[in-house]
Design a protein around this ligand. Structure first.
Ligand SMILES: NC(=O)C1=CN([C@@H]2O[C@H](COP(=O)(O)OP(=O)(O)OC[C@H]3O[C@@H](n4cnc5c(N)ncnc54)[C@H](O)[C@@H]3O)[C@@H](O)[C@H]2O)C=CC1
Ligand SMILES: CC(=O)C(=O)O
Ligand SMILES: [Mg+2]
Length: 609
């Protein structure tokens, strides 16, 4: 009901003259005839009405009968359901790839229909265009490749990027997702094949944040690969050379960032799936210079923090109790360290203590075990979280997960290691002895086979009175007698679209810690108490547009408060500042401008005059 009220408010705003300019008018197309039919941005297939067929030189190029958008939609969904029936009993990988192919073919034909189908069925299709299937697609990308999507900048393009960027056909770009393919999900270095990740993330942007699909740009920076198997694969589509390192590497990224900034100074660049050393280095290098963020470090941190705070509420305890939670993080990579940093800042904020004091409740484990100050060659990025041996009586440098869990009896065991099954039966059983009345297990690594444990194993071994979250989706677990073990999806998809949306609407030229914190706090307070008490920490993926609008509004307001909002389109900084004082209008503005974009699927096409 409240959603309807909100949409009504949005359309009232839309009727006001000031904002009507933000609603897209007829779509101007610079092509004619068959060129339009072969361009997924504009193609409506058999949906072109006769008037448009005449105007755009399409008469005779299509069968005479006009099939409406709705009919085309139904036809696609029927094909999809037939595919499901026809592939029953086949191996999961075969079925998943077949589903990805049919969706991808639709994308390559008719983007508008593709996004409509995706938006309406996001819960069902997210696992295909995003994790876990996107991982499989990246692994097989060179064989699956049919048509290019996005842009490829390689080490061989050094010195050319400033002109290459103008090869992209869209005049405006709002969102770029960029990878170098060096750490694709938990699958390691996949070189150029990692392009599937920016494509999947940007599909989520369109579906969740309503970003105009003609203003997104997936980018692969191909600096080589150290994956020997790919280097030897004769179908491999990337550079056949080892990865660039050091200054050579950074000079490629620098050149790309300068080129993007020169053409689209307001575009937001999301760094995705970079190996840890470059994830941290590039964040430090660019965050005060360009409008960018690293999703694996910063987006993941916010989602995990929201889940950790939800876990406190699930125990029936006040949020202030977060400062007493013992949390073991397994995985000291870009994601695990990002989570620790943000969680420690939250403890310091809640308790008013120093960050140094706030660290005492957190334990970090990597591939060599518990990280302490006694570690030889301690990674500087992990050093701030290393335990002083004096503070961990009964544990030593390099202690195993099971030793740490048995000794600490943590409230939360959180995995971002990329290692499937590492929370084995013994570890999960040890979590039964947690000091918490309702312990939590976060198996956040992706894709599914890299999750630290499955949902079934978690409930079976760690007990039914437990909160469970995973990075990739699992089915809820039937615990018998009508009781359901709820599976949460702790994935940065709940934050990155809102971070991008809020930043875009604000027109800020930077993404600050304050804006990211606002995003995390918004997600943390999204769930109602009654759901949280049932162990439901995050909303269903079905609600992703609503969550994204809320998060976007929170990020936008934080930008206004930090006086970074320069405005977007007709809406200037003064108007944003004024609107942000009345939260209801502010949210309505967000809903109207972007979330409505994708509802306008049948925009009439007009010729360029
Ligand atoms: N759910 C979500 O939203 C997100 C999930 N992830 C997932 O997190 C995983 C890690 O990502 P990054 O931190 O970027 O990777 P990374 O490669 O930077 O770090 C992996 C860490 O795991 C540790 N590790 C490896 N083997 C281990 C073992 N046997 N025991 C304990 N620790 C071990 C490594 O020492 C390293 O510290 C990936 O699977 C990725 O898909 C990453 C970002 C977001
Ligand atoms: C979800 C995500 O960003 C990752 O697994 O890397
Ligand atoms: Mg990622």
């Amino acid at each position: 009901m409240w959603k309807l009220v909100r949409y009504a408010a949005a359309s009232n705003l839309a009727r006001s003259r000031r904002f009507s300019a933000a609603i897209p008018g007829p779509c101007i197309v610079h092509k004619r005839g068959a060129d339009i039919l072969h361009d997924p941005w504009f193609n409506k297939d058999t949906g072109f009405p006769l008037t448009e067929r005449d105007r755009l030189g399409l008469r005779g190029l299509l069968p005479p009968r006009v099939i409406s958008f709705e009919q085309q939609y139904d036809r696609f969904m029927n094909s999809f359901r037939s595919l499901e029936n026809n592939t029953q009993g086949q191996p999961d990988k075969v079925v998943s790839l077949a589903k990805w192919r049919i969706l991808n073919r639709l994308h390559d034909r008719n983007e508008t229909l593709y996004y409509r189908v995706l938006i309406d069925n996001i819960k069902e299709f997210a696992p295909i265009i995003y994790t876990p299937t996107v991982g499989l697609v990246c692994q097989n990308y060179s064989g699956l490749f049919r048509r290019p999507r996005g842009m490829y900048f390689s080490a061989k393009d050094k010195g050319e990027m400033m002109s290459m960027i103008y090869n992209w056909p869209a005049h405006e770009v709002d969102m770029i997702v960029l990878t170098d393919g060096s750490r694709i999900l938990g699958l390691g270095d996949l070189g150029v094949q990692g392009i599937g990740i920016p494509i999947g993330k940007l599909d989520v942007y369109v579906a969740a944040a309503g970003i105009n699909p003609q203003r997104i740009l997936p980018v692969m920076l191909d600096v080589g690969t150290n994956n020997q198997k790919l280097l030897e694969d004769r179908l491999y589509l990337g550079l056949r050379q080892p990865r660039l390192e050091g200054e050579e590497y950074l000079s490629i990224i620098d050149e790309f960032m300068e080129a993007v900034h020169a053409r689209w100074p307001k575009a937001i660049v999301q760094f995705e799936d970079f190996q840890m050393k470059w994830a941290f280095e590039t964040l430090k290098r660019y965050q005060k210079k360009f409008c960018m963020f690293n999703d694996d470090i910063q987006g993941t941190a916010g989602v995990a923090l929201a889940g950790l705070l939800g876990t406190v509420r699930a125990q029936g305890r006040p949020l202030t109790d977060f400062v007493n939670q013992k949390i073991v993080v397994v995985g000291a990579g870009s994601a695990g360290l990002g989570v620790l940093k943000m969680a420690i800042q939250a403890v310091a904020k809640i308790s008013g203590c120093s960050e140094l004091a706030a660290k005492s409740q957190f334990y970090l484990i990597d591939k060599d075990g518990l990280v302490t100050t006694e570690r030889n060659n301690l990674d500087p990025a992990a050093a701030p979280f290393a335990k002083n041996p004096r503070d961990i009586e009964g544990l030593t440098e390099g202690a195993s997960i099971i030793e740490v869990v048995k000794k600490i009896r943590p409230h939360v065991l959180l995995g971002l290691s990329g290692v499937g099954g590492i929370f084995n039966e013994e570890v999960l059983k040890a979590m039964r002895e947690s000091v918490s009345t309702k312990p939590a297990i976060f198996a956040m690594s992706n894709p599914t086979m890299n999750a630290e444990c499955t949902a079934i194993d978690a409930f079976k071994h760690a007990g039914e009175n437990m909160v469970f979250a995973s990075g990739s989706p699992f089915e809820n677990v039937d615990l018998g007698n009508g009781i359901v073990g709820h599976v949460n999806q702790a994935n940065n998809m709940y934050l990155f679209p809102g971070i991008g949306l809020g930043t875009l609407l604000s027109g800020a030229h930077l993404i600050t810690d304050g804006m990211l914190q606002a995003a995390a706090e918004c997600l943390a307070s999204y769930m109602a108490e009654e759901d949280i008490l049932k162990g439901i920490l995050y909303p269903s993926v079905d609600s992703i547009r609503d969550v994204t609008a809320e998060v976007g509004a929170a990020v936008l307001r934080a930008a206004v408060e930090e006086e970074l909002a320069e405005g977007n389109g007709d809406v200037g900084p003064k108007e944003l500042s004024h609107m942000s004082k009345v939260w209801k209008n502010f949210r309505s503005y967000i809903f109207m401008i972007y979330l409505n974009y994708c509802l306008l699927e049948n925009l009439p096409l007009s010729e360029c005059s």
